[in-house]
Design a protein around this ligand. Structure first.
Ligand code: THU
Length: 165
């Protein structure tokens, strides 16, 4: 028996899905990815040239898109995910967010899936907690593999949330 003060080793398990290609997704999910792809093309990424598009599917059927907006004062810019979700919750505060797709890369040859940055995860999780329903996440490069997470909380374990305040 370990003594009372013995350290414990704990493990977190996170399950996610990986699809080899966009065409392996359902029609609804592929459509959302394509909306994110279109949004990516409109990104204002003058400084990094790394374009990101995000598309959100609401339970009212609407799709809200956003892209990264950079600025000469670098930290003043905003990621695609937050651009999209802030618009969605500002305009449809009572809608449930069902899914978000993210498409990113410098060019059309990026087959490495790009996951949301830490600051975006924190913001996305706030709204997942608020609506008490999971948000599915799909992320991909500009082609190829797609990663799917079934809820945002899996992307940010040990989150800081309002219950701690
Ligand atoms: N970016 C996003 O839009 N989303 C992310 O999750 C990661 C990074 C943007 C921010 C910046 O405009 C560019 O990608 C390079 O970091």
């Amino acid at each position: 028996m370990p003594s009372k003060n013995y350290k414990m080793i704990k493990t977190l398990d996170v399950t996610y899905e990986e699809y080899p290609n966009w065409s392996d997704l359902s029609q609804e999910d592929l459509n959302l990815i394509k909306e994110a792809q279109k949004a990516r093309e409109l990104a204002y990424a003058k400084y990094s040239e790394f374009k990101v598009g995000a598309a959100i599917l609401l339970d009212n059927g609407k799709i809200i898109t956003g892209n990264n907006q950079e600025n000469a004062a670098y930290p003043s810019g905003l990621c695609a995910e937050r651009t999209a979700i802030f618009y969605a919750v500002a305009n449809y505060p009572s809608a449930v967010i069902r899914k978000m797709a993210i498409v990113a890369g410098k060019d059309d040859e990026n087959s490495e899936p790009v996951s949301p940055c830490g600051a975006c995860r924190q913001v996305l999780l706030e709204y997942e907690n608020r609506q008490r329903k999971p948000i599915e996440f799909f992320f991909t490069g500009t082609k190829g593999r797609v990663i799917k997470f079934s809820k945002c909380s899996d992307l940010l374990p040990f989150t800081f949330d309002g219950s701690l305040l």
